[in-house]
Design a protein around this ligand. Structure first.
Ligand SMILES: Nc1ncnc2c1ncn2[C@@H]1O[C@H](COP(=O)(O)OP(=O)(O)OP(=O)(O)O)[C@@H](O)[C@H]1O
Length: 279
């Protein structure tokens, strides 16, 4: 069920953004039930080429499940997903960086070989010129060319995320799905990662859907946000969605939004000792 924000319209993009282009992704009335539970309920939205959509919401709201639907790993019980104006390009159209990927520090693999695993034929013993160029370009786009010959297991968390991102980009996707790519990074590395993603989104016209629990990071980079809570959602600009009236409807409980030194904080105010929650 969607919650309509005051002055917010479903699928509206910010002025000067990629609003007038045909959608790269259309999610139409999608519902998903898992283990007897409704995880996504009648969700509809679209994303334009080169648009950056931030996805926020509490644990268990269905954010990763939405990605699994977009990746065709889960078939929704209701609704449909259309990409690239309804022209099916297969899974190559989507680049995906999953949540929390563990790498053995002793894994004897260079970063460039890890990026190669994103190619359609990763186990081929040689790379042709086009493959080499794709890997070179993906590393360059993610500002990671200098890491190419280093061992993937020995890279820092921030450096490793860039290699994961390069792997997701190596097939030149039209849509990029990033599941909490900045979690476990220090603030500087989070900012650097978000900068790289934003630049790729804008310069390559790739639609980015990025899940995060950091509303302020999303606020700086996203054109719009999709805010999911169990069974409910709202979509619009940060200003439209991050209002107490909208979040109260989404959570079905007392929630306040505080702006302090240019930063947003969401608080639960039903408790006597009103406390800051997850943002
Ligand atoms: N295969 C499954 N079978 C049953 N329930 C599932 C399955 N996959 C996910 N769920 C449930 O669906 C709900 C949404 O899970 P999901 O991982 O999409 O949430 P999320 O918003 O990504 O959470 P988080 O922020 O913690 O990553 C959870 O309650 C989860 O337990």
């Amino acid at each position: 069920m969607s919650v309509t924000a005051p002055a917010a319209a479903l699928n509206r993009t910010t002025e000067g953004g990629p609003g007038s282009l045909p959608a790269a992704l259309e999610v139409q009335a999608v519902s998903v039930h898992l283990g007897g539970k409704t995880v996504l309920s009648d969700i509809s939205f679209e994303v334009k080429p080169g648009e950056f959509l931030g996805i926020l919401g509490p644990n268990g709201a269905g954010k990763t499940t939405l990605f699994r639907v977009l990746l065709q790993l889960i078939k929704p019980q209701q609704g449909q997903v259309r990409m690239n104006g309804g022209r099916t390009l297969g899974k190559a159209v989507i680049g995906y960086v999953p949540q929390s990927r563990q790498i053995d520090p002793e894994l004897p693999m260079r970063a460039r070989d890890f990026v190669c695993l994103g190619l359609p034929h990763p186990l081929r013993p040689w790379l042709n010129r086009a493959d080499k160029e794709a890997v070179r370009r993906a590393l360059e786009l993610t500002d990671a060319s200098h890491l190419a010959d280093q061992s993937i297991g020995r890279l820092s968390g921030g450096e490793r995320q860039r290699i994961f991102l390069a792997q997701a980009l190596v097939r030149d996707p039209k849509i990029l799905l990033l599941d909490e790519p900045t979690s476990n990074l220090d603030p500087g590395a989070q900012e650097a990662m978000a900068e790289v993603v934003h630049s790729i989104c804008r310069t390559r016209g790739i639609s980015v859907l990025l899940i995060s629990h950091d509303v302020n990071l999303i606020n700086r980079y996203a054109d719009r946000i999709l805010y999911l809570t169990p069974g409910q959602y709202a979509i619009g600009t940060v200003e439209e969605i991050m209002q107490a009236s909208v979040l109260r409807k989404l959570y079905g409980s007392a929630v306040d939004v505080i702006r302090l030194d240019g930063k947003l904080f969401v608080t639960t105010s039903s408790q006597p000792d009103s406390k800051v929650c997850f943002h």
